[in-house]
Every structure is written in structure tokens, then in C-alpha cells.
Design a protein around this ligand. Structure first.
Ligand code: FES
Length: 145
């Protein structure tokens, strides 16, 4: 990943342990190619993702945030975590848009453990989408020594 010839998005991915993280792992072991722009943080459930995590990610330099969870309605291992994530993410997207963020910078996807190809496709698509949007409105310019 280089920024020499242009902007390279930084994406933070919060992935639930039981489905989306396993899907990302499957993409890896299956050697499915996807951009190296994502940094993954494993959480036990998408319902564990506090909106503050998303704000902190942007504050710390992310250009986009991907949240991955188990498919609706009944795949969540904690019964209703994915419903909680759905409500919270739609709310945080509205709040962020009030502050000049494009809502596309926050994306919620349901990715199962068997969907390594879907995980890779989502990362490819989101990287391209964020590349078109440009850097986050709060991203600080990098200081080079
Ligand atoms: S355990 Fe995956 S969304 Fe709840």
C-alpha cells in the first residue's frame, strides 16, 4: 500500500468472531485476492460495536469503517446482536452525515463463515468507493521525516 502516487484508503473492519471474521479467514486461506487497505479488529458480535468505536476509528485516521456480522435474522450467536448493530449503524450514519461525512464511509455487511468470496468482494468494492470519495474529512495530513 503506497500513497506516493495518490490516495490509498485506510479502512477499519470490525468483524464478528463467529461469521464475518471466519469469512475473512476463509478468504485468506483460500488465497482470494483483496486490497490490503483493511485492518481487521475482531469482536465477539456486531452487537458489541459501540458507535464510539467508529468515531474513534475516524479520529485515529480511518477513511472508512466496515462492520461485518452474521446474517439477519437468526444467525447471530447472541440472538439479537445483529439487529442491535443494524439500528446503531443506521443511526451513526445519520449523525456522521450531519458532520459532513459521506454515509458510504460506514458500511454494514452480513458475511457468513462460508462467504470468503463475499468478504473479498466487499473489501474490493469498499476500497474503490472510498478511493473515489477521497480522504476522510477529519484525516490529518501525514508528517514525513
Ligand atoms: S455473533 Fe455475529 S453478529 Fe452476533
Amino acid at each position: 500500500m503506497t500513497e506516493k502516487n495518490g490516495f490509498e484508503p485506510r479502512i477499519i473492519g470490525f468483524l464478528c468472531n463467529w461469521c464475518s471474521y471466519a469469512g475473512a479467514d476463509l478468504a485468506g486461506v483460500s488465497r482470494i485476492q483483496y486490497p490490503p487497505n483493511i485492518r481487521i479488529i475482531r469482536v465477539m458480535c456486531s452487537g458489541r460495536i459501540d458507535p464510539v468505536f467508529i468515531l474513534e476509528a475516524f479520529k485515529d485516521g480511518a477513511d472508512g469503517v466496515l462492520i461485518g456480522g452474521c446474517h439477519l435474522p437468526s444467525d447471530c450467536h447472541y440472538i439479537s446482536g445483529n439487529f442491535k448493530a443494524l439500528r446503531r449503524i443506521s443511526l451513526i450514519r445519520k449523525v456522521l452525515s450531519e458532520f459532513g461525512f459521506e454515509p458510504e464511509r460506514v458500511r454494514l455487511e452480513w458475511i457468513s463463515a462460508s462467504e470468503g468470496d463475499k468478504f473479498a468482494a466487499v473489501v474490493r468494492d469498499m476500497t474503490e468507493q472510498i478511493r473515489k470519495l477521497g480522504p476522510s474529512p477529519v484525516r490529518m495530513p501525514e508528517v514525513r521525516a
